[in-house]
Design a protein around this ligand. Sequence first.
Ligand SMILES: Cc1cc2nc3c(=O)[nH]c(=O)nc-3n(C[C@H](O)[C@H](O)[C@H](O)COP(=O)(O)O)c2cc1C
Length: 241
Amino acid sequence: MKITAFNGSPRGRRSNTGIMVSEFLQGAEKAGARTEQIFLSGKKIGHCKGCFNCWIATPGQCVLKDDMTELLEKVLASDLIIMATPLYVDGVTAMMKGFMDRLIPLADPHFEQDDKGGWRHLRRYEHNPEIMVISNSGMPGREHFQVLELHFRRMARNFHSTVVAEIYRDSGELLKNQVLILKPIISKYKRNLRKAGEEFVSSGSISAETITKLEKPLISGEMYIKEANKHWDRQLAKLRN
Ligand SMILES: Cc1cc2nc3c(=O)[nH]c(=O)nc-3n(C[C@H](O)[C@H](O)[C@H](O)COP(=O)(O)O)c2cc1C
């Protein structure tokens, strides 16, 4: 199985998203997958111009000549793509959205109805990779990912694909926290991410038990907010002094 993760965090290699993806991919590799994490922050990806040349003049090929040419090939060569993004304004980052818009050469312009009667594009290629979503948010609470869940389901439907797994981590800023008391909690969480990777490659899904463990709050929401507010106060005080 070939798994390619596209990390849409502007923080790139220093991102919480990157921590989550790396651990998941480590587990996936242990179970026999070939994996790659691509940092969109290090790629040149122009905005889609909306010219539709990729549907008419040069079917399947974008007029923009940048890193997206290579990334489209990587998408098509994968069995699973991981759309990895921190939560920005309740959705994906601009970097991730720019990448998503540039996937449009993979679709055929014509329309058809899906089995529920909704309209979507025809597929251009026989094989489209399955989709997995990995995200983390600054705030505590699973509900923050509602928009993301729906967005990727709608996108997958249009690309004749399926969202086969999702890992959402609220209070994601804890992942890099060096406070001693948190270390065993974070280590356990990372172990579960590796387990999820192994499970996915060996069985095609992540067990409900592992998902429950991965969604368990790392600390209580109240405690997180209290510490986060103290952190912001300290940062602001530094500026005043
Ligand atoms: C522009 C911007 C918008 C954000 N919007 C949200 C948001 O809507 N909800 C939330 O919980 N966190 C939000 N965050 C916080 C990030 O999701 C959080 O810092 C996350 O841990 C960053 O992950 P990364 O290190 O992978 O980039 C936002 C951060 C930025 C910079």
